[in-house]
Design a protein. Sequence first.
Length: 555
Amino acid sequence: MLTVFLTTLGGLGLFIFGMKTMSEGLQQVAGEKVRTFLAAVSSNRLLALVTGTGVTALIQSSSATTVMLIGFVNAGLMTLQQAVGVILGANIGTTVTAQLIAFKITDLALPAIALGVGLRFFARRRRHRHYGDVILGFGLLFFGLLTMKNGLAPIKKDPAFVAFFTRFAAEDLAGIILCVLTGAVLTMIVQSSSATVGLTMALAAQGLISFPGAVALVLGENIGTTITAQLATIGSGPNAKRAANAHTLFNVIGVVLMIIIFPFFLSITEAATAWLGYGPVDLLVGGERPNVSRYIANAHTLFNVINAFLFLSCLPLLVKAATWLTPAKEKPEEDLFQPPHLEERHLDNPSLALPQVRSEVIRMAQAALTTLTDVMDCLAERNLRKLSQWRRREDALDRMQRDINTYLTTLYQEHVTEAEAKEINSFLRMSNNLERIGDSVENVALMIEELIENNLNMAPDAVADAKSMAGRVKSFLELVTEGIIVSIPGLMDKAKEIEREIDLMREEKRQGYIARLRDGTCIFDTSLIFLDMLTAMEKIGDYCFNIAQAIAGEK
């Protein structure tokens, strides 16, 4: 029994490792194009569904697609309804893996491993090494499946094990629910529905579980796979959580509906598979059931297709339900200053890591803008209590820059493409300049503190000039923040124009202040503070221009 357990567990490990290697190789080959394609998806529901299906079938991981989408929603790169439409398609796309497993191509496993290792370790071009990962993962996946089948073969003659597996017969409602819950829990632990579907197929092929029991397990596995999306939203904004909740909602509701019509669903699956030319589901050949894997794969696909089109027809209602389950917090602006949430487990996968980084850089830019706005408001309000928040916020900006840069530096040390390396450098430059904006705002805050504590008042014209220049700087920061979120045509032309305006404003307002000093309409005690404030604003403009260059890929 120990040998059976270790062999089966080892086979499952090989399967999961192969699945992960193949998926990551595919993402390395197509990751940049996939992210661009997903971010550009239109609001058309059917197109979103087709996009999700195609992308997930290509990269062989619905979890990867969902995590990328959550990053895009959190960063504002796509709407919640767009993301949910794509996630519906991702559920269909992930069934391609089960369909591949159902084909009897285990004889290709060892040759694929040999070819994959050869490319992975001896190919000169990086792209060919990634192809090696795909082929190696493919081979390991099927070799792991074969190992699981062989490992489980002896126990079908053991009465104790046969008695245990008869609990998963799904002959009544209690049995169906037991199977669904078991599949969900197992998938939550493994965090790969493809792995648990593969294990289910291996058990069914050896006759250890019935076809209805296997289908009920697969239904539960569709619920269990939603845990990955839920984990990806930790520390994210409400829209990202709503996307994950929508994913969970339509899987849970879909499974409940299938439980209600379970016998009818089994009949449809059997009829459809038989129509495709496959023999009886319980056909025995050499002590195994060769057709049952195809029936299970078709049940998996059929469930997700029915579920996707059912919810596609009422997509706005699904989005409303997810929004109702995840209400926005009363003070979302305070979330801007929380430490960055960057998953270390995605460091070996830039396709998943970079959308997270973009989301945090956008939040950092919004935090810098909020800090600048509140500090400048205190120039006229002279509210020390409100002004005192800048210290905590400046510390938060410093921490965000440090955490983002540490994450990007670690990511850079992994295998990244040239395009991903450029994106990493751009994000590094953005975070550094946003931190410098925080430093300049700190200088302005200290100047205002000095005015209030020493009971000094700048002339109304000087206050108006400072606020006018701050307003232009704020509009520049808003422009580049939007530029990080979406592509802005002619961004650099606009940035150059605004930077020139800020430089001219600084000189004009400096000359105007000197003229007011000569006329005696301004006091000398505040002159240095005012001029230093203009200098700080001009520096913020320079940092915004640097961010615009980073967005545009210049320098």
